[in-house]
Design a protein around this ligand. Structure first.
Ligand code: PRP
Ligand code: URA
Length: 210
């Protein structure tokens, strides 16, 4: 396994992922699970944030404590399905800035078509988390990272929930410098470039569309 790929096998994440995949799981619960899984993944994927020593006066004495060392963060969901992961992340990092990249896959070629991009103007001072629950062929995430790199952020990490081997290979070859965090690595893509077994169409299941 590529050392820049992290499969998040925490039991809580894996339990929630099993319910997320179930075709019987409805829109409300699906949305809640996407958010909860994103929060749990964020908790682990931020374990390398630098800390600084601070002194805090407690009611009893001075405590030598630690705080985040001024690291500024931005998250960038890929529309639409990446939006489902935003709440989970902002519950842990409420001050992060949020950019948006809009992309959809052409139904015939399966290549990404981009239709929107609005990113924080000070991205060069920030660490960026790119969010999308699905890494299928990899086309969308590869193009989104290329777009973000034009803004020279400090670091980029990509967080997805389910990845296909084909997409993971393409992504790590295109952007070997970008770590990938995912909850499940599946078997393969089908003839429609859907992840097998996957969870179906993430955007449709989050927003209740078809
Ligand atoms: C899905 C998903 C990713 C993309 C993954 O979006 O949310 O963005 O497909 O596929 P890829 O790795 O082959 O590029 P979709 O195109 O269905 O758009 P939507 O979120 O608007 O439904
Ligand atoms: N997009 C999805 O939402 N699901 C897949 O399986 C592939 C791409």
């Amino acid at each position: 396994m590529n050392k820049n790929v992290f499969i998040m096998d925490h039991p809580l994440i894996q339990h929630k992922l099993s319910i997320l995949r179930d075709e019987k799981t409805g829109t409300k619960q699906f949305r809640e699970l996407i958010s909860e899984i994103a929060m749990l993944m964020c908790y682990d994927a931020t374990r390398d944030l630098p800390l600084k020593n601070v002194s805090v006066k407690t009611p009893v004495d001075i405590a030598n404590a630690k705080q985040l060392d001024g690291r500024k963060m931005a998250i960038v969901p890929i529309l639409r399905a990446g939006l489902g992961m935003v709440d989970g992340i902002t519950s842990l990092i409420p001050s992060c800035r949020i950019g948006h990249i809009g992309m959809y896959r052409d139904p015939v070629t399966h290549k990404p078509v981009d239709y929107y991009c609005k990113l924080p103007s000070d991205l060069e001072d920030r660490d960026v988390f790119l969010l999308d629950p699905m890494l299928a062929t990899g086309g969308s995430a590869i193009d989104a990272v290329s777009r973000i790199k034009e803004f020279n952020p400090k670091r980029i990490k990509f967080m997805c929930i389910i990845a296909a081997p084909e997409g993971l290979k393409a992504f790590t070859e295109a952007h070997p410098d970008v770590p990938v965090y995912c909850a499940g690595l599946d078997d393969h893509l089908n003839e429609h470039c859907y992840i097998v077994p996957g969870l179906g169409d993430a955007g449709d299941r989050i927003f209740g569309t078809k």
